[in-house]
Design a protein around this ligand. Structure first.
Ligand SMILES: NC(=O)c1ccc[n+]([C@@H]2O[C@H](COP(=O)([O-])OP(=O)(O)OC[C@H]3O[C@@H](n4cnc5c(N)ncnc54)[C@H](OP(=O)(O)O)[C@@H]3O)[C@@H](O)[C@H]2O)c1
Length: 299
């Protein structure tokens, strides 16, 4: 079985991916900053690694020489990236270069997790669309993409959108959890209805990445959901599926929420290429809600 080295394994996608690929029988080295926050299992090995430490990255990769590197680690909050651009560049761009230069001697398949934020307005976007990041987070991810593309390694770039899925202790809860928690406590929420996304169910991304591994599929792949939907519509669906009080959700527009960082109104990604090349199958957003909270549907 192939050895897979995952970066950012303590993060939302990293934890799901570690458990998913380990359960599929891959030899998984899950690397993260600080102690392991993934639910304990004998099925993967954990390596504590700060990707900004070039020597440590080199030593760690040389000792494992994995067949595949899946680089999910990032400073992933756009507001934080905007407020600390230097730190953003170190974590999103320099860290990627540290991995790439350490990997050159054993030539793994390098899979980089990018984002829809490399694009501007007029989504949903296909893989051929012209990048036009609207904020510094998007710019930093695009810079990292460029490093991956010119690395000389066999690479794939995966772009998810607005990820959601099950969350447990030690993991950042998704938007769906925020909605559920507020409505369960009968707290009103305001949610925008003038932004459009194609939210990605995290298990679909894990399956899509496994297909990329199995087919050795190189190039760019959009791994998103199939529904184009606004955050307000998402919140109402969460309320309906979980039988919570949708009247607590107030529809607002972006002007009522002046955000420090510019985000596109019409974003989202087209998944036609992933369907055609990888046999990618995305669940509907409604089905994704059920799969995110399976405990709510036990008989
Ligand atoms: N979340 C989304 O909706 C979304 C959408 C599109 C694309 N993406 C991309 O998908 C990837 C995964 O996102 P996510 O939501 O899983 O992010 P996340 O939960 O924030 O996880 C990112 C992980 O990267 C780690 N990290 C950051 N800098 C590091 C460094 N220098 N060395 C080692 N680890 C470092 C963080 O460590 P700490 O835990 O110590 O902070 C964190 O565990 C990211 O590349 C992101 O840009 C996310």
């Amino acid at each position: 079985m192939k050895t897979v080295f995952i970066t950012g394994a303590n993060g939302f996608l990293g934890q799901h991916l570690t458990l998913y690929l380990a359960a599929k029988g891959y030899i998984v080295i899950a690397s993260g900053r600080g102690r392991c926050r993934i639910p304990l299992s004998k099925k993967f090995e954990y390596a504590e690694l700060d990707l900004t430490d070039k020597d440590a990255v080199y030593q760690c990769l040389q000792s494992h020489q994995p067949d595949i590197i899946i680089h999910t680690a990032a400073m992933s909050k756009p507001d934080e990236c905007n407020n600390n651009k230097k730190l953003c560049l170190v974590n999103n761009v320099d860290a990627t270069e540290n991995l790439l230069s350490a990997a050159r001697s054993f030539s793994p398949h390098f899979i980089y997790t990018s984002t829809d934020f490399i694009f501007g307005e007029n989504g949903p976007h296909s893989e051929e669309d012209q990048p036009e990041p609207l904020n510094f987070y998007g710019e930093s991810k695009l810079m990292a993409e460029a490093l991956v593309k010119k690395s000389g390694l066999n690479y794939s770039i995966v772009r998810p959108v607005f990820m959601y899925g099950a969350a447990w202790e030690g993991m950042r809860p998704s938007f769906l959890h925020w909605v559920k928690n507020h409505l369960e406590q009968h707290k009103p929420i305001k949610v925008v209805n003038d932004q459009w996304r194609t939210p990605s169910f995290v298990q679909d991304i894990c399956k899509g990445i496994e297909s990329i591994i199995l087919y050795s599929a190189a190039g760019d792949f959009h791994l998103a959901g199939k529904d184009i939907i606004s955050p307000y519509q998402m919140a109402v669906l969460v309320a309906d599926v979980l039988k919570l009080d949708r009247s607590l959700i107030e529809m607002v527009n972006s002007e009522s929420f002046p955000e420090p960082v510019k985000r596109s109104k019409r974003s989202g990604l087209k998944i036609d290429k992933a369907i055609r090349v990888l046999g990618y199958a995305a669940v509907s957003f409604e089905e994704g809600i059920r799969l995110t909270f399976p405990e709510q549907f036990k008989a």
